[in-house]
Design a protein around this ligand. Structure first.
Ligand code: ADP
Length: 494
């Protein structure tokens, strides 16, 4: 095992990795920006180092500063979390070159999967079904029209270096290409420093289904669980569940084995996710995410496997402790990403100070979070408040539990997307499991969100006012204690 691990990340995922370290008895090192000097993750670690100002480019993306802290503090491993440097092949290579173990796949796997075009080509070669489309970059509108004519509209233009739902545009007719191609190229250039784009068939009524995989250094690769991530806004996930409601044992075996084949085709090591689009019985490879994902919690809940700890074991050279047949799916888990964002204002981020906070709890509830009362959600970083995950014996129980947990959750001070989650969870179409990535539009969910917001306002946010009562009582007690102490002091003086 490691002597000491540096966590090159912030917020809830930094704490998640530190929790794994703590359970393994490994001391931790946090790196933080000026904006995060009072953040929980920086206090949670055994050691913490300031690495720069708030903008990520000067702190969480500053590779040399992070490597220097690792060396100075004697850390022999770096856990990158998700986002920031987690899928940066140059950083993984720098770790390798400095004799520090990057807790993730090799820099060459990251590099290969970092390009969607290279990933598509590698997968096609390995016999994995990919969405029909181009293997080569698209340079001109004429070329784009030719490809679209051959695969049929609608198509999607995608940035090869893209991620986080950024750098994609659906095109329904040839007239749209003029504007769409140059628009995506310039978004791709400014967001990823790479304007390479390609074209895929736009799969209709797709479901996003992905497989968690784990691979050790000795060729043992397993699929751990499937996850359905179809509830998305702007191609970004908001609610995930494990398993997928469409999964049968046969389909799980087939898609899971395809995911393992995909991982083996690129010599993948450590934890990763193979993403597919599923439509009308067919499935297509989408991409491999070469890191621990936000939604790993629900896989942990239905399998009992601790993915963060296993990442560390694998990185240290331990063999996987189980075989495919040992992995069983038990019950159902759902995750809601609780963000400081306003669903009724195009999901715009709503940074600010959390004035009151009480997370949900009780049976089957897991909250991964780095916030607390007084915490300031910074405009510099993503607007996640927490990941609320629940487990139930079956899907109905998991849904009921999530509804109950959302009812309990109190966040005052910033606008949150809790009403969005409540609206989805109570919708009959969600309950029926009949999901696609267009769920929000297909069912006019935002109208329901408006209703939830009104209802919550009418109910007077009962639990939040209970916190008020408690705060008043705490204030009254501390005033009484203060008065007593003063009285004692006064009498001692006399
Ligand atoms: P990113 O790397 O930005 O997350 P992905 O390729 O993983 O991009 O796609 C993100 C989401 O975009 C998918 O979950 C799906 O909703 C949508 N999407 C991507 N490609 C297609 C496609 N060919 N057809 C339909 N939807 C797609």
């Amino acid at each position: 095992m490691f002597n000491k691990v540096l966590i090159a990340n912030r917020g809830e995922i930094a704490i998640r990795a530190m929790r794994a370290c703590r359970e393994l008895g490994v001391p931790t090192v946090a790196v933080y920006s000026e904006a995060d000097k009072n953040a929980l993750f920086a206090k949670y670690a055994d050691e913490a180092y300031l690495i720069g100002p708030a903008p990520s480019s000067q702190s969480y993306l500053n590779m040399d500063a992070i490597i220097n802290v690792a060396k100075e503090s004697g850390a022999d491993g770096i856990h990158p979390g998700y986002g920031f440097l987690s899928e940066n092949a140059v950083f993984a290579k720098k770790c390798e070159d400095n004799g520090i173990i990057f807790i993730g796949p090799s820099s060459s796997s990251i590099e290969q999967m970092g390009s969607k075009i290279a990933a598509r080509t590698a997968m096609k070669k390995a016999g994995i079904p990919v969405v029909p489309g181009t293997e080569d970059p698209i340079e001109s509108v004429d070329e784009a029209i030719k490809v679209a004519n051959s695969i049929g509209y609608p198509v999607i233009i995608k940035s090869s270096a893209g991620g986080g739902g950024i750098g994609m545009k659906v095109v329904h007719s040839k007239e749209e290409f003029d504007h769409a191609l140059s628009a995506i190229k310039s978004v791709a250039e400014s967001a990823f420093g790479d304007s390479t784009v390609f074209i895929e068939k736009y799969v209709e009524e797709p479901r996003h289904i992905e497989f968690q995989i784990l691979a050790d250094k000795y060729g043992n690769t397993v699929y751990v669980s499937d996850r359905e991530c179809s509830i998305q806004r702007r191609h970004q996930k908001l609610i995930e569940e494990a398993p997928s409601p469409v999964m049968t044992p046969e389909l799980r075996k087939e898609m899971g084995e395809t995911a393992v084949k995909a991982a083996k085709a690129i010599g993948y090591e450590n934890a990763g996710t193979v993403e597919f689009l599923y439509s009308k019985g067919d499935y297509y490879f989408l991409e491999v995410n070469t890191r621990l994902q936000v939604e790993h919690t629900i896989t942990e809940m239905v399998t009992g496997i601790d993915l963060a700890k296993d990442q560390m074991h694998i990185a240290c050279g331990d063999k996987l402790a189980y075989k495919q047949e040992d992995i069983k799916i038990n019950g159902w888990a759902i995750e809601c990403r609780i963000n400081a964002e306003d669903p009724l204002n195009d999901f715009a981020p709503s940074p600010g100070k959390i004035k009151k906070y009480r997370s949900a709890g009780g049976p089957g509830v897991r909250v991964d979070s780095g916030v607390h009362v007084g915490y300031h959600i910074s405009p510099y970083y993503d607007s996640m408040i927490s990941k609320l995950s629940v487990w139930g014996r079956d899907r109905d129980e998991a849904i009921a539990r999530m509804k109950r947990a959302l009812y309990e959750y109190v966040v005052v001070g910033v606008t949150t997307n809790i009403p969005f989650h409540k609206a989805v969870l109570r919708h009959e179409a969600f309950r029926s499991g009949n999901l696609t990535t267009h769920f929000i539009d297909d069912y006019n969910i935002l109208d329901d969100v408006k209703r939830v917001v009104e209802e919550d306002a009418e109910k007077g946010a009962t639990l939040a006012s209970a916190l008020d009562d408690r705060e008043h009582k705490v204030a009254a007690i501390s005033a009484a204690v203060g008065a007593y102490v003063n009285a004692v002091k006064d009498s001692a003086k006399q």
